[in-house]
Each structure stands twice: as structure tokens, then as C-alpha cells.
Ligand binder design. Structure first.
Ligand code: 5GP
Length: 184
């Protein structure tokens, strides 16, 4: 796979390789298998971005978890908007359950906060989150982020499920938006 990809008007530079991501996913899966062996969670996948990470992760889980999805959107192009749109809502009864959110990326944490509130209003027993990537410099919440594949700088990334205007999700590596600082 090339070191750079161009999508629409933007160029992205390879940032984290496929093999490194696979190793991080395996590490996260091992932690989840360990922590949930006595009481498996309901796994809540956030569409669309988390689909690739979720598939990679689920294949390595040995716990007997139920799986469901919600669809939210807050990004337009490479910018986060303050408003979170819920496009597909929660269909499962979560009362008294442990829920493990699976995310592609936690940026400001607004989406996580939205889900956390929604799940607590619905009566969950416990909420945790597993994310492929976390941007610690952008993260604004006090809520813990329990399982993290990679902590990354506050720059826009694509690949491995992450998109730029709907494109780039299929890339097996993670790419960072090319700027003066990271261009080669
Ligand atoms: P938050 O609500 O934490 O600010 O942002 C979470 C959502 O914003 C993610 O699920 C993702 O859809 C989008 N997002 C945040 N940062 C990036 C990024 O660097 N690249 C892409 N493709 N999406 C991002």
C-alpha cells in the first residue's frame, strides 16, 4: 500500500501500519476477554466508523457477548460539529446490563458522552468503551476511556474504518492528513 493517498481534495500520509494495528487489536481483545469473563457485556458498535475495528475485535473475543449497533454522526469533512445526530437508535433493552461501546476514534468525547447519557437514562449497570484510537489532546471529559488501541495526536486520520467524506474506510493502514509537519 502506498505511503500517501489522495482522496477528493486532500492528501494523507501513512501513519500506523496494518501489522501494528492488528497487534493493538489483539491486545485490546485480550484485555476484554480477561475483564468480562464472568459477566459478558452487551457490545454496542457505533456505525459507520467502528465497523472495521469491531469486526477485527469480535473475531478475537472468547466471551459470549450479545452485539448491537447504533448510528451517530457528528463530523462534516475533517471538522467536528457540535451537534450529534442519532441516525439509528438503541434497539436493545440495556436495563441492568454491562455495556461495552466499540468506537473507531474518541476525539472530544462528545459522542461518548452522548452515548453514556443515553445508556444511563436507559438504566444500564455499567458503561465502558473500547476505541481503536484516542486523541488525548482533544479529549475533554472526565469519563475514563477503558480500552485504547492507540493514543494519537490531534490530527485528522483516515483508514481502518475512518473516513473522509465517506471515502478511505477500506484502507488497511491508518493515514494522517498531510500538513507541512508530516509531509515527506
Ligand atoms: P467526538 O465526539 O469524540 O469528538 O468524535 C467522535 C467521532 O468524530 C468519531 O466517531 C468519528 O466519526 C469522528 N472523528 C473524530 N476525529 C476523527 C478523525 O481524525 N478522522 C475521522 N475520519 N473521523 C474523526
Amino acid at each position: 500500500m502506498s505511503e500517501e493517498v489522495t482522496i477528493l481534495d486532500k492528501t494523507f500520509v501513512k501513519y500506523i501500519r496494518d501489522e501494528e494495528i492488528n497487534a493493538a487489536v489483539a491486545h485490546v481483545a485480550a484485555q476484554i476477554n480477561h475483564d468480562y469473563q464472568d459477566e459478558p457485556p452487551l457490545i454496542l458498535i457505533t456505525l459507520n466508523g467502528a465497523i472495521v475495528f469491531a469486526v477485527d475485535l469480535l473475531k478475537q473475543l472468547s466471551i459470549n457477548a450479545r452485539i448491537t449497533c447504533v448510528k451517530l454522526s457528528s463530523y462534516q469533512g475533517t471538522e467536528s460539529t457540535n451537534k450529534i445526530n442519532q441516525l439509528i437508535g438503541l434497539s436493545d433493552d440495556v436495563r441492568g446490563k454491562r455495556v461495552l461501546i466499540v468506537e473507531d476514534i474518541v476525539d472530544t468525547g462528545r459522542t461518548y458522552q452522548h452515548l453514556w447519557n443515553m445508556l444511563h437514562e436507559a438504566g444500564v449497570k455499567e458503561v465502558r468503551i473500547a476505541t481503536m484510537t484516542l486523541k488525548p489532546e482533544a479529549y475533554k471529559l472526565d469519563l475514563p476511556v477503558h480500552y485504547v488501541g492507540f493514543s494519537i495526536p490531534n490530527k485528522f486520520v483516515i483508514g481502518r474504518g475512518l473516513d473522509y467524506d465517506g471515502y478511505g474506510r477500506q484502507l488497511p493502514d491508518i493515514y494522517q492528513l498531510k500538513t507541512e509537519g508530516n509531509g515527506r
